[in-house]
Structure formats: structure tokens, C-alpha cells
Design a protein around this ligand. Structure first.
Ligand code: SF4
Length: 403
């Protein structure tokens, strides 16, 4: 097994192997040709297979949305109660050596960049803590020079001294590097495969280490070995056929539930948003299809956390809460220094590892990764959650639990 020699020992088939044997195209075909009778049959089952999931995301299942929503609502209530967990992304760097066609931080985008110092990261974390957050997701582009493992370790230690729950959304690392980050205080790792279609993946990832499809696909298996207690996955909707991606995500979640059973699994459902580089999404996951997908995930995977970020507009986020969303961000910034202006005086433009332009105009800000759609303040989001009859949860974990 490729992973064992280089990164540690795994005694099971990684998702790389599992995906090779998954008849994804066949399942998409089944989905497109599902009948009403088949959808009804799948909705009656207590435990769903991937074929059932394919039926629930079929065009014909769209006519069963009310029934699916009722089922998803009751399963969410039973498993999670009326609570929603809140987190905030904290971007520490927008430097990146990868060329991903759809991302504002892509190496060839001529944008303002910065990597925050540890003190600046702390400044941002303290502002988020002041707003109420106790769960912070540290986000960074992939850049060995600016965003080294040692730097990330220091970021985690600093933020963990302020809040109990620190997760990471960073480039892929080795098992040993993940162990270091867990030891520093990180508890979760979020990593989107973006697309599970290897051909499309090659077309979208033009250069940089992220081009390696299988290495990325194996990441959560490595992260589990590294000791993370929360593992987050997802596809970026808008890149390719959404049913193909959704089926792969469901299969990936099943794989992690079975093999990485000590960790809590979450699925994010991000749709592409406008960003620098002006990538035009080739396909659309409509609002109605997004609702159908959230319901299908909840019915198929009743214990998995579902995450919806500020990429989505407020009306949709509020409407989807009762149907299965258990984790949301609020008041988010997707650029380093976004909460306090930290790092502004160091803005520059980078090509590869070289800084080539430091002529920054006053009031300039670091490039954001994408535009957010829900621009409400944290206070407004919290008030809405309460008005809907839900309890906002800032903290559900403390390291002393595992001592
Ligand atoms: S998606 Fe991630 S790896 Fe790709 S350019 Fe953006 S920050 Fe870099």
C-alpha cells in the first residue's frame, strides 16, 4: 500500500483504492433514470446504500422534496437536537504555489498577498473570541516557504491558548507533520477534494503539488493516523457534474465512518463563488438542488455533521438549518487580516517564492479567497438562530476531555 511506507501504517484500503472500485458513472446513470417507485422505496428504508442515495438526488426525487425535508428534519432533531455549532475561519496566509483555476489565491493571480505573523494571528483570534467564537478554523494557501509546518504549529499553539477548538484547512501534509499539529493543539482537519473526477481534476489544477489527485484523496486517511478527532470533507460544487461529486462525497464519508471511527466526520457543501481570476463555473447546483442534496445527505448519513458557510445567502442558510445543517460560520472574512486589519503594511505581490511588487496603495487589503454571500454580522446570525428556536453552540469540546 503506497501510504504505508512513506507516511505510516494503515491496515485498511485507503479511499484512493476504494474510489477506483466505485462505479460512479453507473450510479449517476441510475440516478438520472430513477423512477418515482424507486425513490419511494429508498425513502422507506432505515439504512440507505449508495444506490438509494443516488435515487434521492435524482431529478424525479425533486418531486419528493417535502417528504425528504420532513424526514431530514426529524432525523436531525433526533440526532442533534435544536442546536447549531458556530465557527469562524481565520485566514493566516493567502500565499500559494498552486494554480487552481477556480481560486482567488491561485499562484498566477496578480493579487495582494500577506502571511500574518504569530502576533497578528493572535490579534485576529482575540477579535473572534471577543465576538463569541470558541471554535476557529485556521486557513492558509499551500506555500512551503511562507506556510511551513513549523509556522502552522506556532499558529495552532497561539490560537489554542485563546480558544479550545482549533481546526485547520491547509495543503496536504504527511502523517508526521499532522502529528505535530495535533500535538500543538489542533483537533480538526478540513480538506475538500474539490472534484472527485480525476480527469476534471487534472484540467483544473494546472501546476503545484496539489496536482497530485491521489495524494490529496488520501489526505484524510493520513490525517486520521496523525490523530485528528474531526475530519471534514467536501466537493466544490460548480466544477463538475454535481451528482457525480455528491455520490463520491457520500462514499468517502462512508469510508471514513467505517475506517476512521474514532474521528467525527463532517461534510461541507460549498458552491463556487466569484473570486480573482474570474473563473466561470461550468455547471450550476441550483438552490432547489442544494436543498435536495442537504436532505439526501442527512437521510443517508444521519450522524454526520453538515457544514454551510457564508458562501450561501442568508435566506438559504436560515432555511436549511432545520433540514440538517449542524455547523455554520458567521461574520466571515476570507482574507488574512480581515477582522482587524492585521498585516496590512506588509502587503505585496508574489510570484512563486519571490516578492516582486511592494507598491501598495493606502487602504488596500489582501485578496480574499472568494466573495461571501451572507454578510450579516455575528450578532445578527446568532439572533436569527435563536428566533428560529435553535441554540447557538460556541463550544462543544475541551482538550481536558481527552486527557
Ligand atoms: S484552492 Fe487552495 S491550493 Fe488552490 S490556489 Fe487556492 S489556496 Fe491554493
Amino acid at each position: 500500500m503506497e501510504i504505508s511506507a512513506k507516511f505510516g501504517i494503515l491496515f485498511y484500503m485507503t479511499f484512493v483504492e476504494a474510489l477506483k472500485t466505485l462505479p460512479v458513472e453507473n450510479l449517476v446513470e441510475k440516478s438520472l433514470n430513477s423512477s418515482a417507485k424507486e425513490v419511494e422505496e429508498s425513502l422507506r428504508k432505515p439504512t440507505l446504500s449508495l444506490v438509494d442515495f443516488a435515487r434521492l438526488i435524482s431529478p424525479v426525487a425533486n418531486g419528493y422534496l417535502e417528504k425528504m425535508a420532513n424526514l431530514a428534519r426529524s432525523l436531525t432533531l433526533r440526532r442533534f437536537g435544536k442546536v447549531v455549532r458556530l465557527f469562524a475561519p481565520l485566514y493566516v496566509s493567502n500565499e500559494c504555489v498552486n494554480n487552481c483555476k477556480y481560486c482567488g489565491f491561485s499562484r498566477d493571480n496578480n493579487v495582494l498577498r500577506v502571511t500574518l505573523t504569530i502576533d497578528e494571528v493572535l490579534q485576529e483570534a482575540r477579535e473572534l473570541k471577543r465576538q463569541g467564537f470558541r471554535s476557529i478554523l485556521l486557513v492558509a494557501g499551500e506555500h512551503p516557504k511562507f506556510v511551513s509546518t513549523a509556522y502552522l504549529e506556532e499558529c495552532v499553539k497561539a490560537v489554542h491558548s485563546e480558544v479550545p477548538s482549533v481546526s485547520l484547512e491547509i495543503g496536504r501534509l504527511t502523517v508526521d507533520e499532522y502529528r505535530r499539529l495535533v500535538k500543538a493543539g489542533a483537533e480538526g482537519l478540513v480538506l475538500y477534494q474539490e472534484t472527485y473526477n480525476p480527469k476534471l481534476y487534472a484540467q483544473l489544477h494546472l501546476s503545484g503539488p496539489k496536482r497530485h489527485f491521489e495524494n490529496r484523496l488520501e489526505t484524510q486517511d493520513r490525517a486520521y493516523l496523525g490523530g485528528f478527532r474531526r475530519l471534514g470533507i467536501g466537493a466544490l460544487y460548480g466544477l463538475g457534474d454535481w451528482r457525480y461529486e455528491a455520490i463520491c462525497v457520500a462514499a468517502h464519508a462512508n469510508h471514513l465512518l467505517k475506517n476512521c471511527w474514532k474521528s467525527y466526520i463532517t461534510i461541507s457543501i460549498p458552491r463556487l463563488r466569484p473570486c480573482a481570476g474570474l473563473f466561470n463555473p461550468p455547471v450550476t447546483l441550483t438552490d432547489t438542488e442544494l436543498v435536495q442534496l442537504v436532505c439526501a445527505y442527512r437521510i443517508m448519513l444521519p450522524d454526520v455533521g453538515l457544514v454551510l458557510s457564508t458562501r450561501e445567502p442568508s435566506y438559504l442558510r436560515d432555511g436549511l438549518l432545520p433540514l440538517g445543517i449542524t455547523l455554520i460560520s458567521a461574520g466571515s472574512h476570507t482574507e488574512p487580516g480581515g477582522y482587524t486589519g492585521a498585516g496590512k503594511e506588509k502587503l505585496h505581490k508574489t510570484r512563486g517564492a519571490m516578492i516582486f511588487d511592494e507598491s501598495v496603495t493606502p487602504n488596500a487589503a489582501a485578496e480574499h479567497q472568494f466573495q461571501i454571500a451572507d454578510t450579516r454580522s455575528v450578532k445578527e446570525v446568532v439572533e436569527t438562530i435563536q428566533r428560529l428556536g435553535y441554540e447557538p453552540v460556541w463550544k462543544d469540546w475541551d482538550a481536558t476531555f481527552s486527557a
